[in-house]
Design a protein around this ligand. Structure first.
Ligand code: HEM
Length: 127
């Protein structure tokens, strides 16, 4: 259960990742700390997140194939990301995962894997 590709397959692959992304962004758009950061048309962001999460969890390298090296921290630098916003992002993701059929231990594993990057993207301590 330690390898990334096992996570991708274990949670159900492409279809399930699409579902998680579709459940995640409405929560982000409703969250008072996160909503102001995102554009009104969320569809392009959803598509990129689908491509990225696919490869992040061990599926095909869809994001890099299209956009090159992810450099995710750099891509987040234009946005003020506080520790509270990182927590909020992870809690929206946990809530999205909880609505799926993904077994709870895998939900926890996905959140664990995303916590590192989320905290790493913090670039401001202003709340
Ligand atoms: C820590 C809290 C986070 C906040 C507040 C945040 C916020 C944002 C914002 C505002 C955008 C740009 C939306 C736009 O295109 O206008 C974005 C893009 C993106 N975020 Fe995050 N994000 C966070 C964490 C993460 C994490 C943990 C991941 C995955 C590991 C992630 C993956 C992405 C991806 C793939 C994009 C699209 C990048 C691109 O433009 O190619 N984000 N995020």
């Amino acid at each position: 259960m330690s390898s990334y590709s096992q996570i991708y397959d274990a949670i159900g692959g492409a279809e399930v990742i699409r579902d998680v992304v579709a459940r995640f962004y409405p929560k982000v758009q409703e969250h008072p700390l996160l909503a102001p950061l995102f554009p009104e048309d969320i569809n392009p962001v959803m598509e990129k997140q689908y491509l990225f999460l696919t490869q992040f969890l061990g599926g095909p390298s869809l994001y890099s194939d299209e956009y090159g090296h992810p450099m995710m921290r750099a891509r987040h630098l234009p946005f003020e990301i506080t520790p509270e916003r990182a927590e909020a992002w992870l809690s929206c993701m946990a809530a999205a995962l909880a609505e799926t059929e993904i077994p709870v231990p895998f939900q926890k594993l996905v959140i664990e894997r995303l916590s590192g990057p989320a905290n790493h993207f913090v670039n401001s301590d202003r709340s």
